[in-house]
Design a protein around this ligand. Structure first.
Ligand code: FAD
Length: 470
């Protein structure tokens, strides 16, 4: 447990939702000395036999790590993660090629979601000014009085009052429902046409079935599969595909046909029987992107994590952004001496553009990961960006690096990316024009023997005509 730096020990902060962001946020508030009450609808996952929920593992990167560092948990969580230094692209023919995530030594970490949640709850519990309340499902609350009503699984109802309510109750937030009833609250949600399904690739002779320090990707344009390593030497493979495609596959034979066609190298690794069985174990899950604004009501309530900004998972930033929310809020609490009437509006002002930017970037990466990585131009630009970054590290920074390995505000990263693209594309155009002019000058100064060129030039011309006709 970290030392507390309290100014507001008498104030009660209710954190609603004990998922990843709620559990971490509770530590931030407890560290400040608030009386923290955490309310979670589910039972305590540390005692649960089956953990229901979303993805089995997640990619943790710099922003998330910084947040963990603030509550003294970075080292512990990093030691339980598996570094992934690069993407490993699997072509349909089984050819492998890797694209590094950043410079040498830069990596993202595959971490176990349930384990991370357990560790965060255990850390939260070490603060004496913390009370964890499981099996408390928020039903309603009042923005005027701060009174919350919780339903328990035994049918009873509990009413609790807090000075500040922090909504960390995920993409379908019950806290956010009150915001929707208010004037001038902007809200949008978009379900993408793709769903996702998780499959397990077991170890082979006690070892990882594929190279472990990579995020494996099978990009197939309109759909893709990825695989992240786990500590038990399994890989969790996630198939992202339009729902209508998932629904077309209705028998074990059709599963095998589909995998033979698109992911043949994974069949011996996952196992034909497991594939035929696991494909039908659970239906594909939906993915939603939620944007809203403002994030606060007066000095009474604030939304963080997926409750404020659920994003599609293709930039690996949902949790990282949610963790960064906690740091940004904490920095403002410090700056404005915990004056909630100033901190909450300022938090909305600063954080909304950043969270909206990462929501848009995640949508952009939805196409990049499954389609662009197959293109030569994309690979050339990745190489060029890395080269320019190596020789001008302060001027040209790849977008992925800014998002994943720095705390550059997301909206600034996007603005800079647009500017860099203009400069690089302008440079390429200038280079191409210069090269063409250079060739022209050489040809003018030393005109070639026309008779010698006649043969090849005629051949080139007839080829061009043939291409044009096609
Ligand atoms: P949640 O994790 O949804 O937690 C909300 C909590 O609130 C839950 O425990 C829930 O039980 C509780 N709750 C809900 N309603 C109530 C109520 N009425 N009363 C009390 N409690 C309630 N992010 C990354 O950074 N990297 C990744 O690689 C990554 N991969 C992903 C892969 C997939 C397939 C998906 C779907 C998401 C991925 N994400 C990733 C995103 C990440 O999972 C979320 O951003 C993160 O879980 C958000 O945490 P949260 O605590 O805000 O919400």
């Amino acid at each position: 447990m970290e030392e507390t730096t309290s100014r507001s020990s008498s104030k009660v902060v209710a954190v609603v939702g004990g998922g990843l962001v709620g559990a971490l946020n509770a530590c931030f508030f407890a560290k400040r000395g608030f009386q923290v009450e955490l309310f979670e609808a589910r039972e305590d996952i540390r005692r649960a036999r089956h953990v229901k929920g979303r993805s089995i593992n997640l990619a943790l990167s710099h922003r998330g790590r910084q947040a963990l560092q603030h509550v003294g948990m970075e080292e512990k969580i990093v030691s339980q993660g598996i570094p992934m230094n690069a993407r490993m692209i699997h072509s349909p023919s089984g050819k492998l090629s890797s694209i590094p995530y950043g410079k040498k030594g830069q990596f993202i970490l595959s971490v176990d979601r349930a384990n991370l949640n357990r560790e965060l709850l255990t850390e939260a519990e070490t603060y004496p000014n913390m009370q964890l309340n499981f099996d408390h499902k928020l039903q309603d609350w009042s923005a005027e009085t701060g009174l919350m009503t919780f339903a328990r699984s035994d049918g009873s109802v509990q009413e609790i009052q807090a000075d500040l309510i922090v909504g960390c109750d995920g993409a379908f937030s019950a806290i956010r429902k009150q915001f929707l009833r208010r004037s001038r609250f902007n809200y949008s949600q978009t379900y993408i046409p793709h769903g996702y399904m998780e499959l397990t690739m077991p170890p082979v002779h006690g070892e990882f079935a594929m190279e472990p320090n990579y995020l494996h990707i099978w990009p197939r344009n309109t759909f893709m599969m990825i695989a992240l390593p786990n500590l038990d030497k399994t890989f969790t493979c996630t198939l992202f595909m339009p729902f209508e495609e998932f629904e077309k596959i209705t028998t074990g034979e059709e599963v095998m046909e589909f995998f033979h066609r698109y992911f043949p190298d994974t069949i011996p690794l996952i196992g034909a029987d497991a594939l035929k069985r696991d494909y039908f174990r659970l239906p594909a899950q939906a993915m939603v992107s939620v944007k809203c604004s403002p994030y606060h009501i007066g000095d009474k309530c604030v939304l963080m994590g997926d409750a404020a900004h659920a994003v599609v998972p293709f930039y690996g930033q949902g949790m990282n952004a949610g963790f960064e929310d906690c740091v940004v809020f904490d920095e403002m609490m410090e700056q404005f001496k915990e004056d909630l009437s100033v901190v909450l509006p300022e938090y909305t002002r600063v954080r909304v553009p950043d969270d909206h930017a990462i929501a848009d970037l995640a949508m952009y990466n939805y196409v990049e990961m499954r389609a662009h990585v197959n293109s030569r131009w994309f690979l050339f630009r990745k190489l060029l960006d890395s080269f320019l970054y190596a020789i001008m590290p302060k001027t040209i920074i790849p977008l992925y690096t800014m998002v994943t390995f720095t705390r550059t505000p997301y909206h600034e990263a996007v603005e800079r990316w647009h500017w860099q693209n203009k400069v690089i594309n302008g440079g390429l155009l200038l280079g191409a024009t210069g090269a063409a002019l250079g060739v022209a000058c050489v040809l003018i100064k030393n005109p070639p023997d026309v008779n010698k060129l006649a043969g090849p030039a005629e051949k080139l011309w007839s080829r061009l005509m043939a291409v044009g006709a096609a």
